[in-house]
Design a protein around this ligand. Structure first.
Ligand SMILES: *[C@@H]1O[C@H](CO)[C@@H](O)[C@H](O)[C@H]1NC(C)=O
Ligand SMILES: *[C@@H]1O[C@H](CO)[C@@H](O)[C@H](O)[C@H]1NC(C)=O
Length: 733
């Protein structure tokens, strides 16, 4: 019994082995027998992507129909594609070798994810002379469903976007073609396939488990990225296959764009971006006079903080101004003074300046259409750089970096500090709005670095003038009945098959919040400490403040009196100007209705922060920038910076020149010099009587911090000329 079983087992064993050997014995088709035919009437961005993926694997590609006018319809208006059959038929006539294997494939929406060897092996394993890609969805005639042969597993319907076969069989396949260019190729091939006689005679099958072809239409959820040492493939999780060719047919172009950011090895975990330095347009070594001419379109669409800073940054952009033209659209009367003062001083440095003001009452789309048109109508305009005024462009090399990256449309990634918001979308929802792509967070947070093909960008982007003048020549580019201007723009760009990229290869900057921006003050930016704290800090906090602890910049001019830089010159000026603009200085008498009890022991000529509604912001300033120093210098003392008296004092020889010795109603006091001795005033300073110690040369932007009472009985020394301003806070009364 045992031997019998063993014999039987061995027999099974052996036959399995034989079949295996048999398989292996079938000779592999040599790679040089493979020729790829594709139809491309234009070199679109998709075509270039197709060709570069083909180059990775050394495919031998023959492009049919180059320069021909595309008459095969678009994917927006199917059915179509007859032109492709005609071109294939005539190309096949020139193929003489009967054992030539032809892969016929679309190109605008196709990426190779593996090479000829694997393709040919899988073709052989299909055991048919012609293998068509398969589809989940039937197209274009669903009434033919019953005529399709059944498979026990896999996809049932034919897709014409990709097939592979022997030349002799393909000739038979297209022999009867006499259709028009605008007829449906898919319907034509379907009719051959569902005809049992022809199917057998031409020997056609479908790649129904996506071993070779992955059509994405109706199958997006089946496909995931598969990262494997140094390369990336698509993997079909429904059939556990690794398709060789990925085809974004139908409305799946954007998903293909996403996959194309990785496949076949555009970006991998091991290498990062492998193509980011390819096809650059280097500007190093280019003479300044030969720099490409750029039109910068600046859009002020709403009241926005830090507009003057925006223009300072624009000025600091590293690019020859003689090669820059400006188009400024300003919708806001409030900002007219900012635009004007920038242009008065610097306008003439630029090659040309065009300003459109609020009186034109353009809406967002109209103003953006106008900007784009200024570039279109200018033969010299090589690039159009669109910048919204709320963009904080920190990187002065941005424009050069973007030009060198050499893409049709590219945006530098900018975000909001600490938020996931950014100026691009990684995916679109079904109704065309925001959807989060799998890699969105990694890109925003810089864990994946590269140049990414994305469906939506906004706020800041560079467009090639040539693209604006051809594919995007539509005058109403930004206009749409139901989409906002940027969505309308991106919609058109996508429909034109133009790729939009976002780059996060450098730090570029961020974007301001324009919410809660009041315009009722003279220097409204002062009030931005809550809404845009980073910008507030850059504008108003002294450049050396951040290193006062580390580098021991805190001085001790008198016992327990600390002295350190805290506010910028601009900050000091704004505060003084704001107070002078408000103008209601107190009379300096003992009776004071502004304070509790109505009696001021040591009156000064001053304005309280709460009179200009600056109490909350000032408290935040104390908390954020003073409290850490207090806690450091007076160890063991913790403060929430409770302070009811915060004010700016004005000293003038003929008004109030000095302040008699006094204690402050505080645990500690902040005394911040808002202007400069000798430049703005003479005399001034502060003396601590107990130590007979004076600070006679206060420094603008530096604060004194001292205990309020008991030991630090002090006086304000006489101002002998000009006007001196200080900001004072009595903290923890
Ligand atoms: C189809 O072609 C394969 C491979 O050449 C062959 O083995 C098979 O018999 C053919 N089928 C028909 C129905 O002719
Ligand atoms: C900051 O410190 C450096 C040297 O430490 C000095 O040169 C510079 O002037 C300081 N900045 C300001 C605004 O005072």
């Amino acid at each position: 019994m045992r031997t019998e079983a063993l014999t039987l087992f061995c027999w099974i064993c052996l036959s399995a082995l034989l079949i295996e050997v048999n398989c292996e014995q079938q000779e592999a088709i040599p790679e040089e027998n493979l020729l790829v035919f594709t139809v491309a009437t234009k070199e679109t961005d998709g075509f270039r992507r197709f060709m570069s993926s083909a180059k990775v694997f050394n495919y031998n590609i023959k492009v049919l129909g180059r320069g021909e006018k595309w008459r095969g319809g678009t994917y927006m208006s199917p059915p179509a594609g007859g032109q492709k059959v005609r071109l294939l038929k005539s190309a096949l006539e020139k193929v003489e070798k009967e054992d030539q294997v032809i892969l016929f494939i679309d190109s605008y929406d196709v990426i190779f994810s593996s090479g000829p060897k694997e393709l040919l092996k899988k073709f052989q394993q299909a055991k048919h002379r012609v293998v068509f890609s398969a589809e989940t969805l039937i197209w274009p005639d669903r009434h033919l469903e019953d005529k399709y042969p059944y498979f026990t597993e896999g996809k049932r319907f034919l897709g014409s976007g990709g097939f592979i076969g022997y030349a002799s069989n393909l000739k038979k396949l297209v022999a009867d073609w006499s259709g028009k260019d605008a007829d449906s190729d898919q319907l034509f091939y379907t009719k051959v396939y569902i005809n049992p006689e022809k199917r057998i005679q031409i020997n056609i099958t479908l790649d129904n488990k996506c071993r070779i072809f992955q059509n994405l239409n109706g199958a997006i959820d089946e496909v995931v990225l598969k990262f494997e040492d140094g390369r990336v493939r698509a993997r079909n999780v429904a059939f556990d296959t690794l398709p060789v060719i990925v085809h974004g047919n139908g409305p799946t172009k954007l998903h293909l764009n996403y996959l194309g950011n990785y496949i076949p090895r555009v970006w991998t975990f091991e290498t990062g971006c492998t193509v980011c330095d390819e096809d650059q347009r280097p500007l190093t070594g280019v003479k300044e006079a030969d720099y490409p001419l750029v039109l910068i379109g600046i859009f002020i669409q709403q009241p926005t903080p830090f507009v003057t800073v925006f223009f300072e940054r624009l000025l600091n952009l590293k690019y020859p101004k003689d090669r820059l033209k400006l188009f400024i659209y300003n919708h806001e009367p409030h900002h007219e003074k900012h635009v004007k003062s920038f242009l008065e001083v610097h306008g003439s440095e630029y090659r040309a300046v065009k300003v459109v003001g609020p009186e034109e009452e353009l809406d967002t789309a109209q103003s953006r259409n106008l900007g784009a048109d200024v570039c279109r109508q200018d033969v010299d305009c090589e690039y159009y750089f669109s910048v919204d005024v709320e963009v904080v462009l920190k990187n002065p090399n941005t424009l050069t970096i973007l030009i060198e990256q050499n893409k049709p449309i590219i945006a530098p990634l900018i975000g909001r500090p600490g938020k996931l918001w950014s100026n691009f979308w990684g995916a679109l929802s079904a109704d065309g709005y925001y959807a989060r792509s799998e890699d969105y967070v990694d890109i925003v947070q810089g864990r994946r670095v590269g140049v990414w093909n994305v469906p939506y960008i906004t706020s800041l982007y560079l467009i090639k003038g040539s693209v604006l003048k051809t594919e995007l020549s539509e005058k109403d580019l930004f206009n749409s009945a139901n989409l906002d201007a940027d969505m309308a723009f991106c919609h058109t760009v996508r429909n034109q098959g133009v790729f939009m990229y976002i780059t996060n290869r450098h730090q570029f900057g961020r974007i301001l919040s324009t919410e809660n921006y009041q315009t009722s003050h003279l220097h409204n930016d002062l009030w931005q400490i809550f809404e845009n704290p980073m910008d507030w800090e850059e504008r108003y906090i002294h450049e050396n403040y951040s290193r006062i602890m580390k580098d021991n910049l805190i001085e001790t001019p008198c016992p327990d009196v600390y002295w350190f830089p805290i506010m910028t010159d601009v900050g000091c000026n704004h505060l003084v100007e704001e107070m002078e603009n408000f103008g209601q200085w107190s009379g300096g008498s003992n009776s004071d209705t502004r304070i509790q009890g109505g009696y001021e022991n040591v009156p000064t000529i001053d304005i309280h922060m709460n009179q200009i509604n600056y109490e909350k912001e000032w408290h935040q300033f104390l908390l954020e920038y003073i409290a850490p120093i207090t806690e450091k210098m007076y160890p063991g003392y913790y403060t929430k910076c409770t302070s009811y008296l915060n004010f700016v004092v004005r000293y003038k020889p003929d008004e109030q020149p000095l302040l008699a010795p006094h204690h402050d109603a505080s645990t500690f006091t902040i005394n911040l010099a808002l202007n400069s001795k000798d430049t703005d005033y003479q005399g001034g300073g502060c003396r601590f009587l107990r130590y007979d110690c004076s600070i006679q040369a206060p420094r603008k932007g530096w604060a004194l911090m001292h205990p309020g009472r008991l030991t630090h009985y002090h006086e304000g020394l006489p101002t002998t000329g000009g006007t001196r301003y200080i900001a004072v806070s009595f903290v923890d009364p």
